[in-house]
Design a binder for this molecule. Sequence first.
Ligand SMILES: O=c1ccn([C@H]2C[C@H](O)[C@@H](COP(=O)(O)OP(=O)(O)OP(=O)(O)O)O2)c(=O)[nH]1
Length: 162
Amino acid sequence: MNFSILFNMQQELDSKIEAQHQLQNENLIERKVLALLVEVGELANETRCFKFWSLKPSASTSVILEEYVDGIHFILSLGLEMKVNRLLDLNEVQADRTITEQFLKVYETIQAFKKDQSHATYKEMFEEYLLLGKLLGFSSKQVEEAYISKNEVNHQRQEQGY
Ligand SMILES: O=c1ccn([C@H]2C[C@H](O)[C@@H](COP(=O)(O)OP(=O)(O)OP(=O)(O)O)O2)c(=O)[nH]1
């Protein structure tokens, strides 16, 4: 995945949102962390991976992918707040976890990031979120394309006074 291009696209979108809502001088980290936690919950809900009491199938791949890239938006956006290097060297995490275990791991790493807001905890949060995407069956190309497409939708929403 070309993170440098994605960070640049995120920067453009965030600048537009901040200008539109007069937020240039506000610290948005806490709200972005909560937004990310909410997105991860929405994603888990769409996968229904934890709903052992139900036989209903999960949402379609495209719905799950769109939820997944909402999380990518907030992670990139937090990276910009943290001024991480755009050429961030992310390692591919190897772990033998179920999707449910991976969701819980992602929550843990978001909490760890919220607590100390370091580059190391940011990187771990991003890496675990990428592993979640892999466990959900998404390739880097699918994630990149879905990110680009949702980014465009987000721009249009701002232009339409969302
Ligand atoms: O500073 C920001 C704020 C938001 N977003 C993006 C992330 C995500 O892709 C979208 C917000 O999520 P969603 O599209 O689910 O918005 P919502 O307002 O929660 O949607 P709905 O009204 O459908 O519940 O806006 C950013 O990229 N940067």
